[in-house]
Design a protein around this ligand. Structure first.
Ligand SMILES: C[S@@+](CC[C@H](N)C(=O)[O-])C[C@H]1O[C@@H](n2cnc3c(N)ncnc32)[C@H](O)[C@@H]1O
Length: 318
């Protein structure tokens, strides 16, 4: 009898745990303290509570776009037949799975050309990884296919190329997939690019999804008008005051920013103003240039008709 569900097996050992590693609250707290002193909160802090991100992503009018309105998700879904050959025989390594809809389309695209797939999902929040594994199990229904899976509950900054070596792994190369404008959350920008460089080898690929900087005023309005950003970006503040949040459009960096205009911790050494949130939007040619010094060369790109979202595949050449 044929399987109607794909087998989801541990990439590390037979009958193993699908998720390894653990980001402890203490580790995040320690990092937060350092960040608060410097006046800039790191993106990993926003995702402490997965429910807040789920709510934000499903809110009508949220800036990430819902399906059916030229979102990154639509772009990935619509062009999967174009990129499926570029991801064949690569282990799919998802850097930040979140709600996982676009990621699932990549898994489906992989299974459209091969019946054996290796998937690694990295996220600071364990819930996102566990939901993603369930989504693959339930939604990617194909006969006779096997998905070898490993979830890594880790910070991106703690990874190195050895993090992706598992004894059941057959593919020699990885494709690192980083969607949802995650690259735009980093300050300074080169931090995430140097992580890509650190975790990859020559011949590996990088699959990015991000928002373009066209119509940035309109995108800015979507961010500043969306009330659900407040609980999301202040989740670590006890009794946050919404009147102290100020949005800013940084035109020079084409970056949307939000600040908290009050000391977050009372003691000395904490600034009066803290950058709570940022999201950089991109020029597609410029980001490719910025990635070149890190060894990545663009091999494929797709932009939606309204030039809102962009997906690009790079290959590490050096
Ligand atoms: C902007 S969301 C994008 C989620 C998903 N890729 C999408 O397209 O909707 C960023 C994701 O990366 C994870 N993340 C953010 N910073 C991280 C870090 N430093 N280490 C590990 N995971 C991180 C978050 O938990 C979240 O799932």
């Amino acid at each position: 009898m044929k399987n109607s569900l794909p087998l989801l097996l541990d990439l590390e050992r037979p009958r193993g745990n699908l998720i390894s590693g653990q980001v402890h609250k203490k580790e995040l707290d320690k990092l937060l303290l350092k960040e608060l002193r410097s006046g800039v909160v790191g993106e990993e802090q926003w995702y402490r509570n997965d429910v807040l991100w789920h709510r934000l992503k499903s809110a009508p009018g949220n800036p990430y776009g819902n399906s059916g309105c030229d979102s990154e998700y639509d772009l990935v879904k619509r062009s999967s037949d174009k990129f499926s050959k570029l991801i064949r025989n690569y282990t799919q390594v998802f850097l930040g799975v979140g709600t996982g809809e676009s990621e699932l389309e990549v898994v489906k695209a992989g299974l459209s050309t091969e019946s054996y797939l290796e998937v690694i999902a990295v996220d600071v929040n364990r819930e996102f990884i566990s939901d993603f594994a369930k989504m693959i199990r339930r939604k990617v229904i194909l006969d006779d296919c096997v998905v070898m899976f490993k979830g890594l509950n880790s910070l991106f900054q703690s990874l190195n190329e050895k993090s992706f070596q598992f004894c059941n792994k057959k593919n020699a190369r990885n494709i690192f997939i980083c969607f949802g404008n995650t690259v735009g959350n980093y300050v300074p920008q080169h931090l995430i690019f140097s992580i890509f460089e650190k975790i990859s080898n020559r011949g590996d690929r990088l699959f990015l999804g991000f928002q373009l900087n066209n119509n940035i005023e309109k995108i800015y309005k979507k961010y500043s008008d969306c009330a659900l950003f407040f609980p999301f970006m202040t989740n670590f503040i006890s009794k946050p005051d919404s009147s102290k949040v100020r949005w800013n459009l940084n035109k020079e960096l084409t970056q949307i920013e939000a600040y908290y205009e009050k000391r977050i911790r009372r003691s000395r050494g904490f600034p009066k103003r803290t950058q709570l949130f940022r999201s950089r939007k991109y020029d597609s040619a410029k980001i490719s240039k910025e990635l070149e010094p890190f060894g990545f060369k663009k091999i494929w790109e797709k932009i939606d008709d309204q030039e809102i979202a962009c997906i690009q595949i790079y290959e590490r050449k050096s």
